[in-house]
Design a protein around this ligand. Structure first.
Ligand SMILES: NC(=[NH2+])NCCC[C@H](N)C(=O)O
Length: 419
């Protein structure tokens, strides 16, 4: 079954914004959403960094410099850079959006009625700018002046009433555009679940995105953007491991088939561990038919090919066809309709490969076919990419990398030229 726009079953066509969207990993990048690291990173301590998914305590000022240089490198190539917090502040000008934001942020069961109602008043009185900062950097118990009662007394002064979101830096994970739709994802780790409240709000209420049709959503089975690779128009690979669940990829496949956004989804099992938390930590596209891949898994990575066997009106009753597992590169080439998906052999010995994978050497952001942003520290991987004819835009990431994410993780493409 071939995907076609006519398979689109959603109601509202009038307000769609066809200028937003992406159908590949490598079409010329026009607009991207980033998050400049801010005060949320200052919340990290040796006691909470594991829970908050950072492997160290970043030097925040330096992380900001590195991030500014990243944004500048993109702008220098005519990429429009949008900042998540600016979009959020603009969104929060709207009263309904503010109400949603406040209610969602205070929905946790750790607050209790007294504190919740105090914080609701406090957040409602905040300016859009201040509210953005509370929603991203969180609120600690010792920072509230009112609402004192049983809960505030029993919590430690350093407990968070609203958790900080240090992983907002990785805008890749909390939303992903598939053609002209945006999938608000469903994040698996408790430290990150609130991020999608913010992306959902932006895509629903920001004037620039109003009318954008959405798929998936934070209430659905877990799928994270770092696991989603748009291999070619109509062909999507989804990693299944520590974050995206088997049920998550099934839900995602149903939705993209139902909306006519893809004809093939490859479900790619990846090792469930920190170093490979997303598919894009081991494999990214640098050209229409070339990937850079962690050599230690290149030969063993498998994929299940999922297609639509029978269409129905109801997404949940579509019949899916699932092939047996095949080598990933073989299944991908078949689905993409090309002879071979070339794997740039970085030729690294297993130990160097492991070191550079940990530092996100395989996590490149393509700006166009054969042009990719990469962390400068991964010299050996970058040299091999250049030998293979890829222009590598090197950026510093000594501090940015402490959260385990590279250029691809730190960017959410909103507009790419169609391939
Ligand atoms: N797309 C990615 N690889 N994102 C990296 C996310 C890193 C983040 N600290 C986490 O553990 O969730």
């Amino acid at each position: 079954m071939t995907a076609s726009p006519s398979a689109d079953h959603s109601a509202d066509h009038s307000a769609a914004q066809p200028q937003h969207g992406a159908d590949s990993e490598v079409g010329r990048l026009r607009t991207v959403m980033l998050h400049r690291p801010g005060n949320e990173l200052k919340r990290l301590t040796p006691r909470n960094n594991d829970r908050l998914l950072f492997d160290g305590i970043p030097w925040v000022a330096r992380a900001q410099e590195e991030h500014d240089a990243f944004a500048e490198a993109l702008r220098a190539r005519d990429v429009e850079v949008l900042y998540l917090t600016e979009l959020l502040t603009e969104t929060l000008q709207d009263q309904m959006a503010r109400n949603h934001a406040v209610t969602a942020a205070l929905s946790g069961l750790h607050l209790g009625d007294t504190l919740r109602s105090y914080l609701a008043g406090f957040l409602h009185d905040a300016s859009p700018d201040e509210l953005t900062s509370y929603l991203t950097a969180g609120i600690r118990n010792d920072e509230v002046r009112g609402g004192h009662g049983l809960v505030t007394s029993l919590l430690s002064p350093y407990d968070f009433l609203v958790d900080p979101l240090p992983n907002l830096l990785f805008t890749r994970d909390s939303s992903v555009w598939v053609r002209d739709r945006v999938a608000v994802t469903s994040l698996a780790m408790p430290a990150r679940t609130r991020e999608t409240q913010l992306t959902e709000l932006i895509y629903t209420d920001h004037p620039r995105f109003r009318g954008t049709r959405k798929i998936h959503g934070w209430h659905s089975e877990h799928v994270e953007g770092g696991d989603v690779l748009l291999l070619a128009p109509g062909v999507i690979a989804v990693g299944v491991g520590e974050r995206t669940t088997p049920a998550g990829v099934e839900r995602f496949a149903r939705q993209v088939f139902h909306a006519g956004l893809a004809r093939t989804v490859l479900a790619v099992p990846i090792t469930q561990e920190r170093a490979t938390m997303h598919l894009d930590t081991i494999c990214t596209l640098v050209d229409v038919d070339k990937v850079v891949m962690y050599p230690n898994v290149a030969d063993s990575l498998q994929a299940y090919t999922v297609t639509l066997a029978e269409d129905t009106d109801d997404e949940s009753t579509l019949r899916l066809e699932v092939s047996g597992a095949e080598p990933f590169l073989v299944a991908a080439a078949k689905a993409m309709g090309i002879d071979q998906l070339h794997h740039i052999d970085t030729g690294l010995d297993p130990v160097t490969a492991e070191r550079e994978q940990w530092d996100d050497g395989n996590n490149t952001l393509a700006l166009a076919p054969r042009v990719a942003v990469a962390y400068e520290r991964n010299d050996e991987t970058n040299d091999r990419l250049e030998e293979a004819g890829i222009e590598v835009v090197r950026i510093a990431g000594s501090e940015l990398g402490s959260g385990r994410g590279g250029p691809r993780c730190m960017s959410c493409p909103i507009v790419r030229d169609p391939l």
